[in-house]
Design a protein around this ligand. Structure first.
Ligand SMILES: [Zn+2]
Length: 204
């Protein structure tokens, strides 16, 4: 049984570079999101939970706690109240992976969660090490893009305004970009800010 599992691991790793101490072999899943009204949909929620080999409910509970919002699993997607950015989901997935997936001894993701005397432990199936899940006191630090005049950033055009300008959302700001189409990712420079509205110029 142990032999066959090791063989399975070997074949799974065949063709991949040796795992490094920093766990670089593990590819962090990318978050695919879109907005639906006042909610943010994480389109590939089930895929991410699957690639992390974790219980979707556990993963969802973690995301909700980190975002500080309500939401629900909807088939293979997850829907969150409020507008959030891809970078926020990716920061949260990274935290989750470090806390609940990656073995701190060998940096491999071949782990499972087990209860040991009511303490949640991370058991590594690759090296056999076992560690308690540490309780974090702080939430994932999320780098929010800074919106200020003169700042350059890439934005995603969500829609087109009545005046024909592209509309992008960054945090609480609405950005207007002229001469774009919905669905485009475009690099802009912020020219003027008025309240939570920012006017921009395309950078060609
Ligand atoms: Zn390990």
């Amino acid at each position: 049984m142990v032999d066959s599992y090791e063989n399975m691991l070997k074949s799974a790793y065949a063709g991949m570079s040796e795992p490094t101490d920093t766990g670089e072999r593990f590819v962090m899943p990318k978050a695919k999101i879109y907005f639906e009204g006042k909610t943010t949909v994480l389109d590939n929620f089930a895929d991410i939970a699957d690639s992390l080999n974790r219980d979707p409910d556990h993963f969802m509970k973690f995301i909700l706690g980190e975002l500080g919002t309500a939401g629900k699993i909807d088939g293979s997607r997850a829907v969150f109240n409020g507008k959030f950015e891809e970078t926020q989901f990716e920061a949260i997935v990274t935290t989750y992976v470090n806390d609940y997936v990656i073995c701190s001894e060998c940096s491999r993701p071949d782990t499972k969660l087990v209860k040991d005397d009511r303490v949640l432990m991370l058991l590594c199936e690759a090296c056999g090490s076992k560690r308690p899940i540490r309780k974090r006191k702080v939430k994932t630090e999320i780098q929010r893009p800074v919106i200020e005049e003169g700042k350059e950033l890439e934005v995603h055009i969500d829609s087109i305004s009545k005046k024909g300008d592209g509309v992008a959302h960054v945090g609480k700001y609405i950005l207007y970009v002229s001469g774009t189409k919905a669905g485009q990712n475009i690099k802009v420079r912020i020219t003027r800010i008025s309240g939570s509205v920012a006017f921009t110029q395309k950078i060609l």
